[in-house]
Design a binder for this molecule. Structure first.
Ligand code: XMP
Length: 507
């Protein structure tokens, strides 16, 4: 187990992911919440930070239980911090150093830089630099502009590097982390999806015993993988509820329900379309619609869960990025929990204990765990789809007719992406029904009908996104199909806006 101490760097999560790609488990903690019991951690990594070590407000945690006692790697700010307080000198660099650099000197005698040669590309992002190394330090690498790009403290397993091994552009970054964690810290590379499934299933059995668990399935990857793990642990004591809010994709309710049943899940499909659409009547404000859909969902779910007698647990598909406590942007001591759509949705009248089998996994790990349980690629590769569904893709008020039109348009678009082999190249895609009527000529007649917008984006986490350059031939065929097949639509446009500023959903 590796402890990553977060000083507020934008790259901290990437460090954790790189470590886990080496099949070594890692956890992130804010620098001001150092765990009291460090015995589980075999190595510690200090992240970068937007602060300068020379500032009084900068993070200055007490590392006396770590430094010299456990293998320790400081990255960027972390390396500067280890220098600054141990006899080194950190000062502003003459030029701020951002981006590409190459190692011009490498001390290959030390295990740390094994198999990493001179010329290797590294990625810098700092404005302070280590002018003098701390006491007892040995320089291990330099670049043209940064003399002390890597160092170690003699006689300790303490290392510092000025560049960022966690970013893609540091070519040998993963190798360097492997050298530190495996060769120096002696960690085993045994954190694999299979091992995760095995230990999690055992833990769930232990924790839940023969009590009953309720889980809301959404059709998405997270809730499906969470359900599968629980199913392996407790079988039919897991009661899954899959609600049709009337705003799902075309045929999604039936086909997903079918897939869940094939997986052996004890799942009940609840068609509450009418209840949702009724409650939404006349509401055109995006947040208003979200609130109604959220409220009705809780009502329906609550009704259904009361039908499961003596349920004691509520399972949720919460994943690690939803829960990581982050250091506030100012670098100050306050730690905030990121808010997320899926966190905190539990009404307190549902007095159930919460179980979250995926709470330590990143999204890509959830997929790998699902694959190791032989879940279908169709479920594991499904695009994200918002909880309020088509409700926030119909701009303005929602009617059953508009839902039906948008379901047809969306199905043509998404099926087309699959047929053309484009689906897996896109992170998320969908169609928006615009509150715009425009003129068309169809045959000899003038029509005044709806306009739809198609959106397909590339992203890693939905926080930033760019539109996908879909082939013209595909767009041409899709537009034709939509206009010819969907009554009420006479115009199709493609959204070529990036996020920021344009959010993925139009509402
Ligand atoms: P935006 O539109 O904010 O979307 O760029 C980012 C990601 O979040 C999804 N999204 C939602 N998911 N409830 C959800 O569960 C919501 O209200 C909601 N709004 C947006 C969106 O589909 C995208 O993946």
């Amino acid at each position: 187990n590796v402890l990553i101490l977060d000083f507020g760097s934008q790259y901290t999560q990437l460090i954790a992911r790189r470590v886990r790609e080496l099949n070594i488990y890692s956890e992130i903690k804010p620098y001001n919440k150092l765990p009291e019991d460090l015995s589980d951690y075999k190595a510690v990594i200090l992240s970068g930070s937007p602060s300068s070590v020379r500032s009084e407000q900068a993070p200055h945690p007490d590392l006396s239980d770590i430094k010299g006692k456990k293998p320790l790697l400081g990255i960027c700010y972390g390396a500067q911090y280890l220098s600054h307080f141990h006899g080194g000198n950190v000062a502003p660099s003459a030029t701020r150093e951002y981006g590409r650099a190459n190692l011009s000197y490498v001390n290959s005698e030390d295990d740390f830089l094994q198999d990493i040669g001179e010329g290797s590309q590294v990625w810098m992002s700092h404005s302070d630099t280590i002018k003098e190394l701390p006491e007892g330090a040995i320089r291990l690498a330099s670049t043209h502009d940064v003399e002390n790009a890597a160092y170690k403290i003699d006689g300790e397993a303490t290392y510092g590097i000025q560049f960022h091994p966690e970013v893609y552009h540091t070519t040998d970054g993963t190798k360097l982390l492997e050298n530190f964690l495996v060769n120096i810290a002696g960690l085993e590379q045994d954190w694999t999806p299979d091992a995760f499934v095995e230990t999690t299933v055992e833990e769930l059995k232990e924790e839940i015993g023969d009590e009953k668990v309720i889980l809301g399935l959404s059709g998405g990857v997270d809730s499906s993988v969470a359900a599968m793990l629980l199913h392996k642990a407790i079988g039919d004591h897991l009661h899954c509820i899959f609600v049709n809010n009337g705003l799902l994709r075309k045929n999604e309710f039936e086909s997903v329900l079918d897939q869940y049943k094939h997986m052996g899940l004890n799942v009940k499909g609840v068609d509450a379309s009418a209840r949702f659409l009724d409650a939404l009547k006349g509401e055109s404000d995006p947040e208003g619609k979200r609130k109604i859909i959220g409220r009705v969902f809780i009502e329906v779910f609550d009704d259904e869960s009361h039908k499961v007698e003596n349920a004691k647990w509520l399972a949720q598909g919460t994943i690690y990025p939803d829960r990581i406590e982050s250091v506030s942007a100012s670098g100050g001591p306050s730690a905030v929990i990121k808010s997320h759509h899926n966190v905190g949705g539990l009404p307190d009248y549902m007095k159930l204990k919460v179980v979250e089998p995926l709470k330590m996994l990143f999204k890509d790990e959830v997929r790998r765990v699902g694959a190791s349980m032989e879940m279908s690629p169709e479920i594991l590769g499904r695009h994200p789809f918002p909880g309020p569904g088509l409700g926030i893709r119909i701009l303005g008020d929602i009617t059953p007719e508009k839902v039906a039109i948008l379901q047809e348009v969306d199905a043509i678009f998404v099926d087309g992406l699959k047929k053309w082999g484009l689906y897996d190249k896109v992170w998320q895609a969908g169609a928006m029904l615009l509150p715009v009527d425009s003129v068309g000529v169809m045959g000899d007649e003038r029509t005044y009908e709806k306009c739809v917008a198609l959106r397909a984006v590339e992203s890693t986490d939905g926080m930033t996104a760019d539109w996908v350059n879909l082939p013209y031939e595909f767009l041409q065929k899709t537009s034709n199909d939509i206009i010819n097949k969907v009554k009420g639509v006479n115009r199709v446009v493609y959204d070529i806006s990036s996020k920021p500023p344009a959010t993925i959903e139009w509402e």
